[in-house]
Design a protein around this ligand. Structure first.
Ligand code: ZN
Length: 286
């Protein structure tokens, strides 16, 4: 499922390997295991390194195709497209390209990353730097015939680039960029706001109107989890049952808007299976 035109349903599954998954048999076996759980989505966490070999990527692609599991990856945590150090900016681009290449080999459709830190600059200035660097990444991917969506993520802290408004600007400026909407981050970024059916409908509407000519709601890639937050935004992921996220209403808003694509559940490992099933159940009943 590489670089799809549009999705025809919502795929739901975990981020990273649940503790119970047979990782010692390789990532292809993990994808099969996800399908055995009744799940149809899996995001590989390349957050510290691109750990998947080319050979294993082929196995992931085969399992994805055979079992209908959509594949994506979270790229490196060490990305800062607006760093004041040129080497860090250059390394950021190459980290995204490496992850994109391997996830395409694995049959994936998207590479997610946190674009940049604002440091002491305003949104306009940092957005311009992010657009410039994202275009360079896109050019490199095109030159290498790597076809995946670039997915700058909606980030959980105001010090990070990646508000809804910023993502809309980047995605309108770069042909192969679409946002990764992290609903928990939006909630945490505003210290507990954005936690109701009406607010989520408003945000989906804003995306649909803001991002031009890309069928964004039929190509959604999303993250979700329970979350702990403070005045500075995101603190850490929480099990759904101990968090205040009104996830059933979120699923209703997504269904009402006709959202298709992928929903990645980023719960802590100890409750990952339960929380994926909670979201799948809520989606069915929404
Ligand atoms: Zn992320």
């Amino acid at each position: 499922m590489v670089f799809p035109n549009t999705f025809d349903k919502l795929h739901i599954g975990p981020s990273g390997n649940p503790a119970e998954a047979p990782l010692n048999e390789g990532s292809g076996a993990v994808v099969e295991w996800c399908a055995d759980q009744g799940w149809d989505n899996f995001e590989l966490a390349f957050v510290h390194q691109v750990y998947l070999s080319e050979k294993e990527a082929e196995k992931v692609a085969a399992a994805s195709k055979k079992r209908g599991v959509a594949i994506s990856c979270h790229g490196s945590y060490y990305v800062n497209m607006a760093s004041k150090e040129k080497k860090k900016v250059d390394d950021s681009r190459s980290r995204i390209v490496q992850a994109a290449k391997r996830i395409m080999q694995a049959g994936g459709h998207s590479v997610v990353y946190h674009s940049a830190f604002n440091e002491d600059r305003d949104s306009t200035e940092v957005t311009a730097l992010v657009v410039e660097q994202t275009k360079l990444v896109e050019a490199e991917l095109k030159a290498k015939d790597i076809r995946v969506w670039l997915r700058p993520e909606l980030t959980g802290k105001p010090v990070q680039h990646g508000s809804i408004e910023e993502l809309i600007k980047v995605c309108n400026a770069v042909e192969t960029a679409l946002p990764c909407i992290d609903w928990a981050h939006q909630h945490a970024r505003f210290g507990g706001g954005w936690n109701s059916y009406d607010e989520w409908c408003e945000l989906l509407d804003k995306l649909a109107r803001g991002i031009r000519n890309k069928n964004v709601l039929q190509r959604m890639h999303m993250h979700v989890s329970g979350i702990e937050y403070g005045p500075k935004g995101e603190k850490k992921h929480l099990p759904l049952v101990t968090s205040d996220l009104r996830y059933k209403e979120l699923m209703q808003a997504l269904k009402q808007a006709g959202v298709c694509g992928t929903l990645v559940v980023e719960a802590p490992r100890e409750c990952l299976i339960e929380d994926v099933d909670r979201f799948r159940d809520a989606w069915e009943k929404a």
